[in-house]
Design a protein around this ligand. Sequence first.
Ligand code: ADP
Ligand code: MG
Length: 237
Amino acid sequence: MSIEITNVGKRFGSFVALDDVSVSIPSGQLTALLGPSGGGKSTLLRIIAGLEQADTGRVEIEGVDATNLPPQKRNVGFVFQHYAAFKHLSVRRNVAFGLEIRRRPKAEIRERVDELLALVHLEQFADRLPAQLSGGQRQRMALARALAVEPTVLLLDEPFGALDAKVRKELRDWLRRLHDEVHVTTVFVTHDQEEALEVADEIVVINEGRIEQIGSPDELYDAPANDFVMRFLGPVT
Ligand code: ADP
Ligand code: MG
């Protein structure tokens, strides 16, 4: 079981955003989509999420052909760079939202949300409003909210991109620990080489709509597939 992307192509007008992309993302893995800005990372993530339709090819999620399924039928959770929290709702209600609209029993929601808030260490902030959290805490809330409905797949698009370097590093370690506890299949978009190398089990390097290399951080380091990968990984400081 996995996410299977087969021969996916996507154009915007005459511009080729994704050119015959095939990649297999194993279940339970933390995978980074890494590449320079404009390379097609977000487009591929949005196609996995169902927020964008591929022109050609096929997307399979955990054995189900998802190519033509709408986002709400794909059982995916998302976290974006600029996470749109409900400003007037408490942290608790923000995390509970996906469960409330699914009309889960109140006691079950309460228990699940307590569990999630503990997981992201926000128990003591449950009754605050999102505006009363720091940027890093808000992204942790976003992670809890995305995990609430027990998605098969968690998709993150530059989730820490808007934060300062120190908080980014904290959240990076933090995502790794969270993933080690929850083991949900996770695809994580970043243009930051160091972030991908430190966090991911496997890295998919994308540039100009094509996959340059797929491999573990060690494999990318020890045997870059081509000059692009070698230059892009560069000396990591
Ligand atoms: P990345 O996330 O790697 O920075 P994107 O997937 O967002 O790259 O974009 C890849 C290319 O496709 C970029 O050149 C971008 O301008 C273009 N693109 C993305 N979405 C659209 C769109 N809705 N309309 C036109 N061009 C788009
Ligand atoms: Mg992007």
